[in-house]
Design a protein around this ligand. Structure first.
Ligand code: MRU
Length: 362
């Protein structure tokens, strides 16, 4: 059975506390919007799609248990909660995308003179549940499109299969299920076309060592952990067919904010002639920004760099810079952007994706 980052049934929500993995599997209840914001901020749950899904479900759970005296009071609560949830982590766009979607639905509901407090609550709760279901389906579609593209366009190893490299964690733990980049790796494995996966440890927060390694072992996918500083040498020595990573915010020209270190992995891939892919749902795409310069990059506490597992490793007094994400220029994304609607070259992303986004937001 796949790992479950989010457990939900109407009125009940909990998350697998990712800070305790891989040592302990402990679920923590999320009872309201405030809890949702906190577990996202504390990175007990992380990964851009999981953040959007969890935030929406936290709202749904609070709506389920709370009463409102008027439609206006309900509407204000929903809008304010979405605004607040967006602030938990700024770089990934998925929560903001969910907010746009839920606010648009709320507006339609308020315009309907036959709607009531209860009918609006029910419809918004349903929408959060749809968001969760769509994420899993989108990931499976991405897995299929990505695997097909890699099989057609990337060079297999001497055994006729493929070796893929990934960075950070983009699997079941970072989504509502299956995963984005890790979903592509899973799809390749399910097709019998993957001989090996390499995952980076992903300093300083170690999502690769703590979470991706755990998922790969759990799924029994043959795999090897490397440190971030081994990426170029592994590309030279290990017959890597392609690199597939996730994305927190992909903008109109294909520039992609993703976990810090992605940019240098993309540069190394280019130097070695290895196709580099981003796998991300349309909910991680922000076509309102023309390029990556306008993406807000979250900066995290210095202690994440100066200590490991609570043990100090750097000298007191040293300066630190700890951006959680970097922006990979679109022209380094040589394989393309794998979405639930197909695989697009970065220079065609906006044109190809916009009609799908318009249809989805109708
Ligand atoms: O800081 P994190 O762990 O939330 O960062 C996660 C990533 O950068 C992932 O690559 C991205 O969110 C895509 S997850 C499907």
């Amino acid at each position: 059975m796949s790992l479950e980052a989010i457990r939900y049934k109407r009125g009940e929500l909990s998350i697998l506390d990712q800070l305790q993995l891989p040592i302990a599997s402990q679920y923590e209840a999320v009872k309201n919007v405030q809890d949702g914001w906190r577990v996202i901020r504390e990175m007990k749950i992380r990964g851009a799609p999981a953040i959007g899904v969890l935030g929406s479900l936290a709202l749904a759970v609070e709506l389920h248990h709370r009463t409102f005296s008027s439609k206006e009071e309900l509407a204000e609560f929903i809008t304010d909660s979405l605004e607040y949830l967006k602030t938990a982590r700024p770089t990934g766009v998925n929560m903001a995308d969910c907010a746009i979607r839920i606010n648009a639905l709320l507006k339609h509901q308020l315009e309907d003179s036959g709607s009531t407090v209860e009918s609006i609550k029910e419809r918004i709760i349903k929408e959060a549940e749809i968001i969760q279901d769509e994420d899993v389906k989108g990931n499976k579609d991405m897995g299929a499109f990505g695997a097909e593209h890699i099989l057609k366009n990337c060079k297999p190893t001497s055994d006729g299969k493929h070796i893929l490299m990934t960075h950070c964690n983009t699997g079941s733990l970072a989504t509502a299920g299956y995963g984005t980049a890790l979903g592509v790796i899973r799809a390749m494995y399910e097709k019998g076309q993957l001989s090996h996966a390499f995952c980076t440890e992903t300093r300083p927060y170690n999502q690769g060592a703590r979470l991706t390694a755990y998922e790969l072992v759990h799924e029994k996918i043959p795999s090897t952990l490397i440190t971030d500083s081994m990426v170029s040498f592994a590309m030279k020595k290990k017959e890597i067919s392609a690199v597939v990573v996730g994305g927190d915010r992909i903008v109109a020209n294909g520039d992609t904010a993703n976990k810090i270190g992605t940019y240098q992995v993309a540069l190394a891939a280019k130097a070695h002639g290895i196709p580099f892919y981003i796998a991300a749902p349309s909910t991680s795409c922000d076509l309102s920004l023309p390029n990556g310069d306008g993406i807000e990059i979250e900066e995290r506490p210095h202690s994440e760099m100066t200590s490991i597992g609570g043990k100090q490793i750097a000298a007191d007094g040293i300066g630190c810079w700890n951006p959680a994400f970097d922006v990979t220029p679109g022209d380094l994304i040589t394989g393309g952007i794998i979405t639930e609607f197909g695989v697009f070259p970065t220079n065609e992303l906006a044109e190809k994706l916009q009609p799908h986004i318009d249809k989805r937001n109708k």
